[in-house]
Design a protein around this ligand. Sequence first.
Ligand SMILES: O=C(O)CCC(=O)C(=O)O
Length: 323
Amino acid sequence: MTTATSLAPPAAARLDASRPGFLTPEAAGFYHENGYLIVENALDADDVRRVLDEATAVCRGKRGAFGGQLGDHGGQTDEEVLKQYLCIHFPHKISAFLHGMLSTPAMVETLTGVIGPDVKCMQSMLFIKAAGKPGQAWHQDEDYIPTRDRSLCGGWIALDDATTENGCLWVLPGSHRRGVLYPQAVQEDRRFDCAEESTGFPWSEEDAVPVEVKAGSIVFFNGYLLHRSLPNTATAGFRRVLVNHYMSATSLLPWTANLQEHDTFLDHNRTVAKADARDVVMIAGEDPYAWMGTRDVNRPHVRPSGEGGCAKEQKPGRAVGDG
Ligand SMILES: O=C(O)CCC(=O)C(=O)O
């Protein structure tokens, strides 16, 4: 795909978080129609620097251990340490600072505008994606994180300028609207990590829109939106992103990867209809299921990049929260 033939997001896709009341009904309408929205200036340069410093501390193991951690990094520069990791899942479990980043003002204003008053978060992912690291093939996040009301929304916080060169997000606008989850298939395209690829959808490469954004912007996207990222083809540097996933707190979350840990699943008289993963953080409003309490189940871990080949066990099933 070349950028010359690709569309760019229209002006209506871009909001400015420094303008009070930026999340207008028209902006929410754009999100519902197109499945994504860009909120610029959600973080200022100092905020971005603080998140980057914290990301480095997490990767260096200074905030605690995580699955797949590579040694103690003694004697390595920050750059050498960062380069080893494509993505760390659930960093908010070990970093109080990144836990705080789940609910920044621009995040909360946008989420309550596009989801509704009651919002919870179930996942965070810290992408480092150094030059040469792969992207992720076309997918829909609800393939991995199923809500019951299609309210899943990613809040993708750019910590570097994200460009077509360094592997920004690409979206198929409107692909969420039918509410269909397309079949997924194992792919062996080494531009991508090992996650499966959505297939059989009625859009072509020409419909894909690259979402280039400045550091400090947040890209919001619906859990049924087909999206992907290409590899970081820059010669140096990183494409760092903190992406958190949210949904309406009024929906149960039958997230199978977690269910074996949860009482509602262990009670075999109940069906998946009542299943609810309770490893969630409330972001806004009320939790109608607070009576179930919460659980600390998911552990931070490294996402395999697939650079050494995708081991068989990585393909089916996938790890928690690949979306
Ligand atoms: O940022 C990326 O490279 C992929 C992110 C993604 O697909 C997601 O957050 O669902």
